[in-house]
Design a protein around this ligand. Structure first.
Ligand code: 5AD
Ligand code: SF4
Length: 444
């Protein structure tokens, strides 16, 4: 590669999960500290960071077409310097360097704090790869939070030791690690100082978080949530994504005790059939999952439930798939994410026999999504007539329209006088598919 002038502007494009969104923000902060500025919308960036997702094949392949479009001038007029970050970088770093000569930097999710040094090398014309995995070091060397936003993500835990047989996360994000209690309380305080009113605690297995509080007592996620709820100015707390096996009594109880903890739970189940769950190495059953949800509903009857599903896992029979539909009928999710099984290289399921034909997967996904949509609409319709607080996140399409979230994570739009970052009280007047219309009552 030829030496180039140092880039002045950057753009980070994050794909996939919320953890990537968080990492993307932090990479942006690092680059800003290095003296670059974010490229204004619609304008070319000198450096583009593709923060990639490896969870399904489609997501992973996308990066090569993105690189192609950037180098051929289809995304912006001038080809930028390109960095590939995220889980594809971790899993396929070498391959990217060979397959895509236009890429200057490849940086894994646990190494992106070294992006500024890599950039210095890239300017000299040296291509650089860093896919080391010392997770804690990364957080220690990231700059202070500066972004002004009413909602913020805070990564509390990373990695996964569960090894579900279909999943690449244990390989790309590494073993489970928890960030220390004090670091998290400090970062939350800073986020509030710069305008956050809602904080979402993030982790691949967020409820596996554990640490020691200021008195040296061992605490789980519930302990952290109780401590954060005491911070001045924090109005909403959420957490995602949880694993059924890491749920403890204290976290369930917290939903009845902590006013700021929002009535929403994302708890992936993947399948409603015990044989499939076993083959997936989920180590819970459909029944134990359902019982767990009941306990949440006991302490917080209005809790909105969300889940993840995979259809067409190797060997899944029609009857086994129908068990998933039955589970959905029983839970009545407010929201859900469903996917066709995608074999990922290096995972145990990728070499399993009895792959399910694409047409069968398509059909199952369609049937599952029809039910999940039905339940989302029903949940939203059942919310009509409720009064709730909405945290205003952005302007709507038309002048005088605003968009925010209800406590149950529904997108709510309303008209009237408001400001971004404000909490308003609205009456929910109409369910519109995946979102709600509200009527502004007062500004609180
Ligand atoms: N194929 C399809 N879906 C997957 N997920 C994870 N790995 C795969 C895979 N190989 C889904 C799971 C998980 C969500 C983040 O992505 O449902 O909960
Ligand atoms: Fe992947 Fe399973 Fe870990 Fe979730 S719990 S990240 S699905 S291995």
């Amino acid at each position: 590669m030829k030496p180039t002038n140092p880039p002045k502007t950057y753009r980070v494009k994050s794909f996939g999960c919320q953890m990537n969104v968080y990492d993307g923000e932090r990479m942006g902060e690092l680059l800003t500290e290095k003296g670059l500025s974010p490229a204004p919308e619609g304008e070319d960036a000198d450096l583009v960071v593709l923060n990639t997702c490896h969870i399904r094949e489609k997501a992973a392949e996308k990066i090569y077409s993105d690189i192609g479009r950037l180098t051929k001038g289809k995304t912006q007029k001038k080809a930028p310097m390109i960095a590939v970050a995220g889980c594809v970088a971790q899993a396929e770093g070498e391959e990217i360097m060979t397959r895509a000569p236009a890429v200057s930097m490849v940086v894994g999710p646990q190494a992106y704090h070294r992006l500024p040094e890599m950039l210095d090398k890239a300017v000299k014309g040296e291509r650089a790869t860093d896919t080391d995995m010392p997770a804690i070091a990364k957080f220690d060397s990231l700059p202070q939070r500066k972004r002004r936003s009413p909602t913020a993500f805070l990564t509390v835990q990373e990695g996964c030791d569960k090894f579900c047989t279909y999943c690449v996360v244990p390989y790309t994000r590494g073993a489970e690690i928890s960030r220390p209690f004090n670091d998290l309380v400090d970062e939350a305080r800073k986020l509030i100082e710069v305008g956050a009113r809602e904080i979402t605690l993030l982790g691949q297995n967020v409820n596996a978080w554990s640490g020691e509080d200021t008195k040296g007592h061992k605490v789980g996620l519930a302990g952290l949530i109780h401590a954060l709820a005491k911070l001045d100015g924090i109005e909403r707390i959420r957490y995602t994504t949880s694993h059924p096996n890491d749920m403890d009594d204290a976290l369930i109880a917290a939903h009845g005790e902590v006013e700021q903890l929002m009535p929403y739970l994302h708890l992936p189940v993947q399948s409603g059939n015990d044989r499939v769950l076993k083959a997936m190495n989920r180590s819970h059953t459909a029944e134990s999952y359902l019982r767990l949800l009941e306990r949440f509903r006991e302490v917080r009857p209005d809790i909105a439930l969300s889940g993840d599903f995979i259809v067409g896992f190797p060997g899944e029979s029609e009857a086994e798939f129908e068990d998933t539909l039955s589970l959905v009928d029983e839970v009545r999710y407010a929201q859900a994410y469903s996917f066709k099984y995608s074999p990922r290289p290096g995972t145990p399921a990728a070499t399993m026999d009895n792959a399910i034909a694409t047409e069968v997967m398509d059909d199952r996904l369609q049937r599952l999504q029809a039910r999940l949509n039905r339940d989302q609409i029903a949940f939203n319709e059942a919310s009509v007539g409720k009064t709730c607080e909405v945290l205003v996140e952005r302007k709507g399409k038309l002048p005088g329209q605003w968009l925010g979230k209800s406590p149950w994570l529904q997108s709510v739009w309303f008209e009237g006088e408001a400001e971004i970052g404000e909490m308003v009280r609205t009456a929910l007047i109409e369910g519109r598919g995946s979102s709600m219309q509200g009527r502004l009552l007062d500004r609180v």
